[in-house]
Ligand binder design. Sequence first.
Ligand code: GLC
Length: 465
Amino acid sequence: MNQLPPDARNPTLESAYQLLRDAEVRYRGHTVGTVASLDERAPAENYADCFIRDFVPSGLVYLLNDEPEVVRDFLALILQIRDTQEEIEGHRRLPRVMPASFRVFTDENGRESLAADFGDRAIGRVAPVDSMMWWVLLLRAYQNRTGDDAFIKSADVQRGIRLILSICLQDRFEVFPTLLVPDGSFMIDRRMGVFGHPLEIQALFYGMLKASLAMLEPCDKDSELLCEQSAIRTRQLSDYIRNYYWLDLERLNDIHRYRTEHFGHESENALNIYPESIPDWLVDWIPSESGYLVGNLGPGRMDFRFFSFGNLLAVLFGLADEHQSRSIMQTFEQRFEDLIGTMPVKICYPAMVGEEWRLLTGSDPKNTPWSYHNGGNWPALLWAFTGAAMRVGRPDLARSVHAVAAERLHRDHWPEYYDGRHGRLVGRRANYRQTWSATAVLVSQGLIDNPETLSLFDSPEPEVP
Ligand code: GLC
């Protein structure tokens, strides 16, 4: 990015653009990504990598700033990197997943090489399931912005989409339409009790299926079958999430009085959730007039925590229905202190403490109560908040939340996250100059200034065969 766009006259936006430019990763003479953080004192070595998920708001800025070639080069490079993945000895050859992150190394002779992390080097060896979903979603945003169908229809890109669909639609042991994943397989990439069917993965899965259906050419029997299966799964997934993940006071009342141990199709408590598992904080916290999608659901297990990103993405991609979408944004408004506080957006509410923290995080000192993934506040989520608020016709809410973030972030040198119940402290181990904290503000500003930008995330409703 060589030029400052005209709207960068404001010092906050100017500083955000500067950070983006400083973070650029170059390969063979082109910009192909952005590093996660420019903080030299970052606590982990891989913050100097380009993460797929962190690049998404950067990519959206390039699209809005009419530099789509950066996004195209990034998308093409990730396909290339995916094919370099090593096989684990003894494992059958599987369709390859997308990396969590990559880096470009330059030797003393100026020769460049690429190194990627497919979860095999990541802290805790977590599987980056979200990377492939974000890749498809960014590809769709690129198509919506540029109309470059030639790139979308190219053999490599079509093969990329097909491989992702076949990984996600493989037969499994599951009886649910939701996608089963291990702990820490998305933005929350550490043990946090988010194994199973976390909402964020389901929202990404749904958005990815719809976007793939809009882009995949049904050119042979295999692709036709994938399209058919994707369309059916999209419908099953949204029916299931809208019904079983939805929680409001009325539903809580039902759960409170659920009968258990019922066999057969007719049971109202199909997952055998025990009323005793309703946590104390929830009864007084849940607003009387609105609701949200719960964080996770499985046999005998409802994770009642409020996960912001999953809820926001469910609104943005239309996984939540219209009533639910408005209601989710109302919950943010009615629980502003808890979910926005002094820095949008709280990653999950409430924090886990005591024994629960010890058992579910494995005593993780970074995820102590109200810090980092365990109830910290993450500015990187701002763009999704703004997008979701605009989607339900609440630009006023988008503007007021954006205003809470922008200037403080600039003043604080773009921290990665904030600590405390209301996000008043800069995160204890947070990096400064975190790229997606800055790009989130830029995308959010773009959405507020030009609401039609929301169409970047559009995909038509699939027709179910
Ligand atoms: C941390 C975050 C993850 C992010 C990465 C790079 O690991 O948990 O979501 O992608 O940092 O910023």
